[in-house]
Design a protein around this ligand. Sequence first.
Ligand SMILES: [Zn+2]
Length: 114
Amino acid sequence: MSDPSWEPCPAGEIQSLAQQLRGRGHQRTALVSVVAVALLLVGTLTVVVFNQRDVQKQSIPISITCTECMELFVDYNGGNLSSGRVRQVKHHLDQCPSCRMEFNKMRQKNPRST
Ligand SMILES: [Zn+2]
Protein backbone atom coordinates (compact mmCIF):
# COMPACT_ATOMS: atom_id res chain seq x y z
CA MET A 1 0.00 0.00 0.00
CA SER A 2 3.01 2.36 -0.03
CA ASP A 3 2.74 4.88 -2.82
CA PRO A 4 6.10 6.23 -3.98
CA SER A 5 4.48 9.44 -5.27
CA TRP A 6 3.47 10.38 -1.73
CA GLU A 7 5.52 13.03 -0.06
CA PRO A 8 5.88 13.81 3.59
CA CYS A 9 3.13 16.09 4.78
CA PRO A 10 3.93 19.75 5.26
CA ALA A 11 4.53 20.61 8.87
CA GLY A 12 1.38 21.23 10.84
CA GLU A 13 -1.00 19.75 8.28
CA ILE A 14 -1.57 16.58 10.27
CA GLN A 15 -2.19 18.57 13.40
CA SER A 16 -4.74 20.86 11.77
CA LEU A 17 -6.41 17.87 10.18
CA ALA A 18 -6.56 16.14 13.54
CA GLN A 19 -8.03 19.28 15.06
CA GLN A 20 -10.68 19.44 12.34
CA LEU A 21 -11.56 15.82 12.93
CA ARG A 22 -11.70 16.37 16.65
CA GLY A 23 -13.97 19.37 16.14
CA ARG A 24 -16.28 17.36 13.95
CA GLY A 25 -16.30 14.59 16.52
CA HIS A 26 -17.34 17.09 19.19
CA GLN A 27 -20.13 18.44 17.04
CA ARG A 28 -21.42 14.97 16.35
CA THR A 29 -21.32 14.07 20.03
CA ALA A 30 -23.22 17.23 20.88
CA LEU A 31 -25.81 16.52 18.20
CA VAL A 32 -26.22 12.94 19.38
CA SER A 33 -26.74 14.03 22.99
CA VAL A 34 -29.26 16.68 21.94
CA VAL A 35 -31.19 14.11 19.92
CA ALA A 36 -30.96 11.61 22.76
CA VAL A 37 -32.24 14.14 25.30
CA ALA A 38 -35.05 15.18 22.96
CA LEU A 39 -36.09 11.57 22.42
CA LEU A 40 -35.94 10.94 26.14
CA LEU A 41 -38.13 13.99 26.80
CA VAL A 42 -40.66 12.99 24.17
CA GLY A 43 -40.70 9.45 25.54
CA THR A 44 -41.15 10.61 29.10
CA LEU A 45 -43.92 13.03 28.12
CA THR A 46 -45.70 10.34 26.14
CA VAL A 47 -45.53 7.94 29.07
CA VAL A 48 -46.75 10.61 31.50
CA VAL A 49 -49.64 11.62 29.25
CA PHE A 50 -50.68 8.01 28.68
CA ASN A 51 -50.43 7.23 32.37
CA GLN A 52 -52.62 10.19 33.25
CA ARG A 53 -55.21 9.12 30.71
CA ASP A 54 -55.13 5.60 32.12
CA VAL A 55 -55.52 6.89 35.68
CA GLN A 56 -58.50 9.01 34.64
CA LYS A 57 -60.07 6.05 32.90
CA GLN A 58 -59.66 3.84 35.94
CA SER A 59 -60.55 6.14 38.82
CA ILE A 60 -63.56 7.97 37.40
CA PRO A 61 -66.01 7.01 34.70
CA ILE A 62 -65.44 8.84 31.44
CA SER A 63 -66.87 12.22 32.21
CA ILE A 64 -69.92 13.44 30.35
CA THR A 65 -70.94 16.96 29.46
CA CYS A 66 -73.80 18.85 31.08
CA THR A 67 -75.90 18.37 27.97
CA GLU A 68 -75.29 14.63 27.97
CA CYS A 69 -76.01 14.49 31.66
CA MET A 70 -79.35 16.29 31.35
CA GLU A 71 -80.35 14.06 28.47
CA LEU A 72 -79.84 11.08 30.78
CA PHE A 73 -81.81 12.52 33.70
CA VAL A 74 -85.12 10.89 32.79
CA ASP A 75 -83.63 7.45 32.24
CA TYR A 76 -81.46 7.86 35.31
CA ASN A 77 -84.46 8.73 37.38
CA GLY A 78 -86.42 5.86 35.92
CA GLY A 79 -83.60 3.38 36.52
CA ASN A 80 -83.22 2.66 32.82
CA LEU A 81 -79.49 3.20 32.55
CA SER A 82 -76.62 0.74 32.52
CA SER A 83 -74.49 0.72 35.65
CA GLY A 84 -71.71 2.48 33.74
CA ARG A 85 -74.05 5.26 32.69
CA VAL A 86 -75.43 5.55 36.21
CA ARG A 87 -71.89 6.03 37.52
CA GLN A 88 -71.25 8.70 34.90
CA VAL A 89 -74.39 10.62 35.82
CA LYS A 90 -73.75 10.22 39.55
CA HIS A 91 -70.19 11.42 39.13
CA HIS A 92 -71.30 14.40 37.06
CA LEU A 93 -73.99 15.34 39.57
CA ASP A 94 -71.38 15.16 42.32
CA GLN A 95 -69.14 17.55 40.43
CA CYS A 96 -71.64 19.87 38.82
CA PRO A 97 -73.94 21.99 41.01
CA SER A 98 -76.01 23.32 38.13
CA CYS A 99 -76.85 19.85 36.86
CA ARG A 100 -77.60 18.76 40.42
CA MET A 101 -80.05 21.64 40.69
CA GLU A 102 -81.64 20.76 37.35
CA PHE A 103 -81.89 17.13 38.35
CA ASN A 104 -83.57 17.96 41.65
CA LYS A 105 -86.05 20.21 39.86
CA MET A 106 -86.78 17.47 37.36
CA ARG A 107 -87.20 14.89 40.09
CA GLN A 108 -89.71 17.08 41.91
CA LYS A 109 -91.77 17.30 38.75
CA ASN A 110 -91.38 13.62 37.90
CA PRO A 111 -91.23 11.54 41.07
CA ARG A 112 -89.39 8.27 40.74
CA SER A 113 -91.65 5.83 38.93
CA THR A 114 -90.16 2.63 40.33
ZN1 LIG B 1 -73.25 19.60 34.50
